[in-house]
Write a protein that binds this ligand. Structure first.
Ligand code: 0A1
Ligand code: ZN
Length: 881
C-alpha cells in the first residue's frame, strides 16, 4: 500500500522550494528484481530561503541504500525518513552541493505501473504525476526543472535497446554480458517528464525535416513482428509535426523523437520529453485489426503527445492544480489538428457528443470539480474529462472571444514569454489579455466554478418594430463545495433564421455586447434585442457549441426542423436533430415506464431521414445524424429517478420506428455507400463505411432476424465492418446460433492479438439485459483474459460498468456488488485502474430509489474495506458525500 494516505493539498498553500535543483545525473543498473539507481542531484539554496531550511525530498515505497553529501556519507543525525519524505539538515548555506541517493527497486513486482516497471520483458517508466518519487528521493513537483544526464546499464541480450530522454551521447559494451548507454537532455524539465525504456523491440524509422532545415530522426518502437502496424502512427506523427509548424509556428527541438508502444499502461499515452510512451492500443493499426475509430484515435493521440512538447514540456505547470494549463490546451490543439485532417463539422459533433456523455455527467455528480481544482487528495484522480475536455472547451471559448488573429497573437506571446518556465492559468490568461487588450477576469471563472451552466432562452418577435428579443438567463448549478455561483462570461453564437431558411441580418443589437454572431452573456439575465428583422425568426442558439452549456429553449418541432434543414452552420443542424431525438427518447422512456404505447414524432423521423438521404451532405455527417443519443444521454437528460430498463425499451421502440419508415433510404444507402477496391483508412472512406453501417444497423433492427447481420459478418473485409456486424449480432440476437458462431470465429481468428480480443470482450460486455453479468464473469475465466493488464480489465469490467446501462444496473443490485468486488481486488495491485473504473458509478444518485439504494450499499462496502488506496478511498468518499 502506498505510504501516502492522501492528505488534502490546497492550491493556496503553494510555495516555491527552498532549494533550486541545477542538474540531475542518474545511473540505472537494470535488473528485473533488483535495479540499482544512483541519483546525483546538484542543488543550491534559493535566494531568500532560510539558511537553516532542510531539504525535503519525496519518496514512495523506496528502499534507500546510500545517502551522500558531496560524496561523504551523511550521518544519521542529519537526515530522517518519515512516511513518504526524506529530510536532510545541515546543508550548505551559499555554495552548491551534491546529494547522492542510492535506491534499489524491483521493476518486476511493480504492479501499479507507476515509476519503473516491466511490461512484456521491457523496462519502462511512468512518472506523471508523482511516479518519479518511486525511483528515487527527489523534489518531485513540476516547478522543479533541471537538466538530466542518464546512464543505463543492462544485460545486452535481453535489453539491447537502452533509451532515455534527449539526445544519445554514446554507449559501449562492458565485456561482462552487459552494455551501457548515456543520454543527455539539454532542455530543463520536471521529473514527471523523465523516461527510461530498455528491452528488445522492433523499430520503424523515418525522418522529418523541420521548417528551419534541421533533420529529426523519428523512431517508433514496437514488439518484434508488429512493425508494419506502426506505419499509420508514423504517418500521423509527421503530419502532426508539420501542422504544429504551420498553425502554431512550433518546431521540434531535439535530434530524435521516439515513441515506444507498451502493452501494460494505465492511460492512453505519455509525453515524456523526446521519448513518448504509448499504450500500444494507440499505436498499432492495420485494416484487419483496427476500426476507423481506432485510426482516428491513433492520429489524435499521437498528435496530442507530440503537441505537448510545447504545451506541457517547454512550458509546464507550476503545480498540479494547473494541470488544465497543459491538458486543456493540448486537447484543444489536437482537436484542431483532427478537424484540419478530417471533416471539421464531423469532428466537432464527435467532440460535443463525447463532452456531453462523459464530462457533463461528471460535472453534474458527486465528482464535479472546477477545470482548475483548488484542492485534491490524490492527483491521479484529476486526469478527468473536466480537466481535459472542458479545459479544451474553455480554450476554444478564448479563441471565440478574441477571434482567430488575436488568439494566435496571445499564443505567440505565451510561447515567447514563458518558454522554459513552469506557469499558472493566470500567466496563460494574461497573455491573451495583453495581446488583445480584453479583460478576461470574469471569463476566468470558467476555471474556478464547477458545474455545467444552464442557459434558458426564449424569444419574442414584435412585428410593429421589427425587433426580435432574445431573453437569456444563466444559472450555474451548485456542485460539491460550491453552493453559490457567480455569473460567467459565456460566448454564445446565435443565428436568426427566417421562414424561408435564409439568415436574418440584424441592423443592430442592444442589451449585450454582440460581435458578429457572438453574444457575450455576462449577467445573470440579459435580453438581447435585434433590430431590422423582417419577420418572426427562429433562433439557432449555441452554433458550433460555442459554449459548453446546457440549453433550455422552448422550440417547436417545426422550428427545429427549419434549423435542421437550413442552418448554414452544419453543427447546428445536427444539434437541432439531436435535440428532437432526445425529446422523443425522453418521452418514449416515460411511456415505456408507464407501460403506455410508445409514440414517435413523425416530423422528427422525416427530418432525420431527409438528412440521412441528402446526397449533398457528406456521409460522415449523415451517419452522425442517424446515430441516436445513447441510453446514458437520455438518462442524463431526464436527470433523476432513472429507470435504465425503461430508457432502453423506449430507445428500442424509436429505433424500430425509424427502421420501419426508413427502409428504402437505408437499402439505397447500403448500395450507394459501398466501397469497392482495397481498404483505405482516410476520413472520406471511413465516413462512407460509417453511413453504410448506420443504415445496416437500422435494417437489421427492422428485420428482427440475424441473417443480414451474419451475412455482413462473413463478408466483412476490414475490422470496422466486422466488429459492427458482430456488435449487431450480439446486441440484437445474443442467443442466436449465428451469434455464437460469429463470436467463436472471431475469437479463433484473433486469439493471438490481444487488442482485437479486447473488442471481443467489450462487445459481449455491452449485451443489454441482466444475463450479461454471468457472461462477464465467465469471460473473466477465459484464458485470453488477464486481470493484471489494464486494457483487458477496462475492455471487460470497465465496458460492462460504463457502457451497459441495463446490464450493469440490474434491479437486484448484483451488477454493483460485482463491481465492488472487482474494485477491491484490483485496488491493491493497481489503485489508479481501480479508482478510474469505480467512477463508472458517478451518477448513482440519479437512479430510481431501489437501484440507488443497492448502489449506495456497494459503495459503502468498498468504503468499509480495511485497506484502501488513497486513489479509491478518495473517489468512494466523494461519491458517498
Ligand atoms: N499526460 C498524459 C496523461 C497521463 C497522465 C498520467 C499517467 O500516469 C499513469 C499517464 C498519462 C496525457 O495527457 O497524454
Ligand atoms: Zn495530455
Amino acid at each position: 500500500m502506498r505510504t501516502n494516505t492522501g492528505q488534502i493539498v490546497h492550491l493556496e498553500d503553494y510555495r516555491p522550494t527552498d532549494f533550486v535543483l541545477e542538474r540531475v545525473d542518474l545511473t540505472f543498473e537494470l535488473d528485473p528484481k533488483e535495479t540499482k539507481v544512483e541519483a546525483r542531484l546538484i542543488f543550491h539554496r534559493r535566494e531568500g530561503a532560510s539558511p537553516s531550511a532542510p531539504l525535503v525530498l519525496d519518496g514512495d515505497e523506496l528502499t534507500m541504500t546510500g545517502l551522500l553529501l558531496d560524496q561523504e556519507e551523511i550521518p544519521g543525525a542529519l537526515y530522517e525518513v518519515r512516511g513518504d519524505t526524506l529530510t536532510i539538515r545541515g546543508l550548505p548555506e551559499t555554495v552548491p552541493f551534491e546529494i547522492t541517493v542510492t535506491t534499489v527497486l524491483s521493476p518486476e513486482t511493480n504492479t501499479k505501473l507507476m515509476g519503473l516497471y516491466r511490461t512484456s520483458n521491457v523496462y519502462c517508466t511512468q512518472c506523471e504525476a508523482e511516479g518519479f518519487r518511486r525511483i528515487t528521493y527527489f523534489p518531485d513537483r513540476p516547478d522543479v526543472l533541471a537538466v538530466y544526464t542518464v546512464n543505463i546499464i543492462a544485460d545486452k541480450a535481453t535489453a539491447p535497446l537502452l533509451l532515455s530522454n534527449g539526445n544519445y551521447l554514446g554507449g559501449a559494451d562492458m565485456g561482462d554480458g552487459r552494455h551501457f548507454a548515456s543520454w543527455f537532455d539539454p532542455h530543463p524539465k520536471p521529473s514527471y517528464l523523465f523516461a527510461l525504456v530498455a528491452g528488445d523491440l522492433g523499430v520503424v524509422e523515418d525522418k522529418f525535416m523541420t521548417a528551419s532545415g534541421r533533420e529529426v530522426a523519428l523512431k517508433i518502437y514496437v514488439e518484434h513482428g508488429k512493425e508494419p502496424r506502426a506505419a499509420y502512427a508514423m504517418d500521423a506523427l509527421k503530419r502532426a509535426m508539420k501542422w504544429d509548424e504551420e498553425v502554431f509556428d512550433r518546431e521540434y527541438d531535439l535530434d530524435i523523437f521516439m515513441i515506444v508502444a507498451v502493452s501494460d499502461f494505465n492511460m492512453g499515452a505519455m509525453e515524456n520529453k523526446g521519448l513518448n510512451v504509448f499504450n500500444d492500443k494507440y499505436v498499432l493499426a492495420d485494416p484487419d485489426t483496427a476500426t476507423d475509430a481506432d485510426y482516428a484515435n491513433i492520429e489524435a493521440i499521437i498528435a496530442h503527445e507530440y503537441f505537448h512538447n510545447w504545451t506541457g514540456n517547454r512550458i509546464t505547470c507550476r503545480d498540479w492544480f494547473q494541470l488544465c494549463l497543459k491538458e486543456g490546451l493540448t486537447v484543444y490543439r489536437d482537436h484542431e489538428f483532427s478537424a484540419d485532417m478530417r471533416s471539421r463539422v464531423v469532428k466537432r459533433i464527435a467532440e460535443v457528443r463525447h463532452l456531453k456523455s462523459e464530462q457533463f455527467p461528471e460535472d453534474a455528480g458527486p465528482l464535479a470539480h472546477p477545470v482548475r481544482p483548488a484542492q485534491y487528495r490524490e492527483i491521479n484522480n484529476f486526469y478527468t474529462t473536466t480537466v481535459y475536455e472542458k479545459g479544451s472547451e474553455v480554450t476554444r471559448m478564448i479563441a471565440t472571444i478574441l477571434g482567430r488573429d488575436l488568439f494566435k497573437k496571445g499564443m505567440d506571446l505565451y510561447f515567447d514569454r514563458h518558454d522554459g518556465e513552469a506557469v499558472t492559468i493566470e500567466d496563460f490568461i494574461a497573455c491573451f489579455e495583453d495581446a488583445s487588450g480584453r479583460d478576461l477576469r470574469q471569463f476566468s471563472l470558467w476555471y474556478e466554478q464547477a458545474g455545467t451552466p444552464l442557459i434558458s432562452a426564449s424569444g419574442s418577435y414584435d412585428a410593429a418594430t421589427q425587433t426580435f428579443a432574445l431573453a437569456l438567463e444563466q444559472t450555474v448549478p451548485p456542485t460539491p463545495g460550491q453552493s453559490a455561483k457567480r455569473p460567467m462570461h459565456i460566448p454564445l453564437r446565435v443565428g436568426l433564421l427566417l421562414q424561408d431558411g435564409s439568415e436574418a441580418i440584424a441592423t443592430g443589437a442592444s442589451g449585450a455586447d454582440v460581435t458578429g454572431d457572438v453574444i457575450h452573456l455576462t449577467e445573470r439575465r440579459q435580453t438581447v434585442v435585434f433590430s431590422g428583422i423582417p419577420s418572426r425568426p427562429v433562433p439557432s442558439v449555441n452554433r458550433g457549441f460555442s459554449a459548453p452549456i446546457n440549453l433550455h429553449i422552448e422550440q417547436s418541432a417545426e422550428d427545429r426542423a427549419l434549423i435542421a434543414r437550413h442552418e448554414v452552420d452544419l453543427f447546428a443542424r445536427w444539434q437541432a436533430l439531436n435535440a428532437m431525438a432526445l425529446d422523443n427518447l425522453v418521452e418514449a422512456a416515460d411511456e415505456a415506464r408507464g407501460a403506455r404505447p410508445i409514440t414517435c414524432d413523425e416530423s422528427f423521423v422525416e427530418g432525420l431521414l431527409a438528412a440521412a438521404g441528402d446526397d449533398r451532405l457528406e456521409p460522415a455527417f449523415r451517419s452522425q445524424v442517424l446515430s441516436l443519443p445513447s441510453e446514458a444521454d437520455v438518462a442524463r437528460e431526464i436527470g433523476h429517478d432513472n429507470d435504465p430498463d425503461a430508457i432502453h425499451a423506449g430507445r428500442q421502440a424509436i429505433q424500430f420506428a425509424i427502421a420501419a419508415s426508413g427502409r428504402s433510404t437505408f437499402e439505397r444507402l447500403i448500395d450507394d455507400m459501398a466501397l469497392p477496391g482495397p481498404f483505405r483508412s482516410d476520413a472520406e472512406s471511413a465516413g462512407r463505411r460509417s453511413l453504410r453501417n448506420a443504415a445496416l444497423s437500422y435494417l437489421v433492427y427492422g428485420d428482427g432476424r440475424p441473417e443480414r447481420a451474419a451475412g455482413a459478418f462473413h463478408s466483412a473485409n476490414n475490422m470496422t465492418d466486422l466488429s459492427l456486424a458482430l456488435t449487431l449480432l450480439a446486441q440484437r440476437f445474443p442467443d442466436a446460433e449465428e451469434t455464437a458462431e460469429a463470436l467463436a470465429a472471431f475469437k479463433k481468428r484473433f486469439a493471438d492479438n490481444a487488442l482485437v480480443i479486447d473488442k471481443w470482450f467489450a462487445i459481449q460486455a455491452t449485451i443489454p439485459g441482466p444475463a450479461t453479468l454471468e457472461r462477464v464473469k465467465a469471460l473473466m475465466s477465459d484464458p485470453l483474459f488477464n486481470a493484471s493488464n489494464p486494457n483487458r480489465v477496462r475492455s471487460l469490467v470497465g465496458t460492462y460498468a460504463f457502457s451497459n446501462p441495463t446490464g450493469f444496473n440490474r434491479t437486484d443490485g448484483e451488477g454493483y456488488r460485482f463491481l465492488a468486488r472487482q474494485i477491491l481486488e484490483i485496488d491493491p495491485r493497481n489503485p489508479q485502474l481501480a479508482a478510474r473504473i469505480l467512477t463508472s458509478m458517478r451518477s448513482w444518485r440519479s437512479l430510481e430509489q431501489a437501484r440507488a439504494g443497492h448502489a449506495r450499499d456497494a459503495l459503502r462496502e468498498i468504503a468499509a474495506a480495511s485497506s484502501l488506496s488513497a486513489d479509491v478511498s478518495d473517489i468512494v468518499e466523494r461519491m458517498l458525500q
